[in-house]
Design a binder for this molecule. Structure first.
Ligand SMILES: C[S@@+](CC[C@H](N)C(=O)[O-])C[C@H]1O[C@@H](n2cnc3c(N)ncnc32)[C@H](O)[C@@H]1O
Length: 348
């Protein structure tokens, strides 16, 4: 894959961010809407030592009820609960279908190898990440869990700079075996050529191999790239700036063509089995609805929506061409092109 001019980031801040969202979601009292990643908090360790100032990291120092009063934390927790549960289910299905290798690309604080030790007892697992992030993760695994399971191999590969098939082969990976790939929180951080090459590599595996990944459509990725120069309403400025600073060393680079994911995957040799919009009605019903029928974070979200509606109302008709109006139009466009999705695809 192509070398890039960008400097290699140190420990991935975005990996800490999403693991923190899983850790908070794992504190949800109701198991029907809880994030199953009960190891995220243990793997992260002391939030103060994580060098990331973010409400979702700070939430780890608060009670769950207190933390879930913050709409940004609620948003992060909901997205991650859907994502973890969708991926956990795909992993279980892949093993039931005979996968004997699992490759976790851009693993960060991924906990599947540790949470699913029984299920994966006869499966070879590879965690791939850039060296600095992987070294920190390994240190935390040693400290928090007393070391990795015997079937797990850490492959320190930056696959934008190094050839992924060759790199994995060095660690004993065998593409002739039915393999399950996890590309969680990864597509947006890779250049397009690397996304295509990685998916084509997945497709080169034994039939029945599969991959689960999340993605945005290209307009959303382009919007993030322009965020610095957009008229973000005052109410959203702090979180937008925080997000920009977090991804400074890990810019968003790639998305999939709007509505074209099935064709895109087909061209690369993969058959799309399911695509699930995260935050859409189906994902909420499946993963975020509690036993009493209410949703995780519903009250906080309702409050945030009401404040947003007031904000747009107060902008008034005289400001129809102002920032608020422009933002409202972008939000409408977002509903069409800026959805965040999870996909499950198989090698035919
Ligand atoms: C948003 S984090 C997601 C981490 C983990 N998959 C999760 O969902 O919790 C992105 C991860 O991808 C890794 N990553 C990004 N580009 C990479 C590359 N070119 N080679 C290897 N790892 C990469 C980062 O180091 C980081 O761990």
């Amino acid at each position: 894959m192509q070398a890039t001019e960008r400097p290699t980031p140190k420990i991935s801040k975005t990996a800490i961010w999403v693991a923190a969202a899983r850790a908070v979601g794992a504190r949800e009292p109701d198991p029907s809407a809880r994030n199953p990643d009960h190891l995220a908090e243990l793997l992260l360790g002391d939030p103060a030592a994580l060098s990331l100032e973010h409400p979702t990291v700070q939430a780890l120092t608060q009670s769950y009820d207190e933390a879930m009063k913050n709409a940004e934390v609620v948003g992060n927790v909901r997205f991650m609960t859907v994502r973890t549960r969708f991926i956990d289910a795909a992993l279980e299905r892949a093993i039931a279908d005979g996968a004997t290798q699992v490759v976790i690309l851009g693993a960060g604080f991924d906990s599947h190898a540790y949470r699913f030790q029984e299920l994966l007892a006869d499966v070879r697992v590879f965690e791939v990440d850039r060296p600095a992030t992987q070294a920190f993760k390994r240190q935390r695994v040693d400290e928090a869990l007393g070391g990795p399971p015997a079937n797990l191999t850490y492959a320190a590969i930056d696959f934008e700079r190094e050839d992924l098939p060759g790199g994995l082969a060095r660690y004993g990976h065998d593409p002739s075996r039915r393999t399950f790939f996890i590309m969680e929180g990864l597509v947006m951080y890779l250049p397009e050529a690397a996304v295509r090459a990685t998916l084509a590599f997945v497709a080169s595996h034994a039939p029945g191999s599969s991959v689960v990944f999340d993605f945005f459509y290209t307009p959303m990725v382009e919007m993030i790239a322009r965020l610095q120069t957009l008229d973000v309403p005052a109410a959203a400025k702090t979180s937008a700036n925080r997000f920009l600073s977090m991804i400074q060393g890990e810019p968003w680079l790639s998305g999939l063509p709007v509505g074209g994911e099935r064709e895109h995957l087909r061209e690369l040799g993969l058959t799309l089995r399911e695509v699930l919009p995260v935050g859409g009605a189906e994902s909420v019903k499946r993963y975020l609805t509690k036993a009493d029928g209410t949703q995780v974070g519903a009250q906080t979200l309702a409050g945030a929506m009401a404040r947003m509606a007031d904000y747009f109302k107060s902008a008034g008709p005289g400001e129809s061409t102002g920032p608020a109006q422009a933002f409202a139009e972008r939000m409408r466009e977002q509903q069409r092109t800026m959805v965040y999705q999870l996909a499950d695809a198989v090698v035919p």
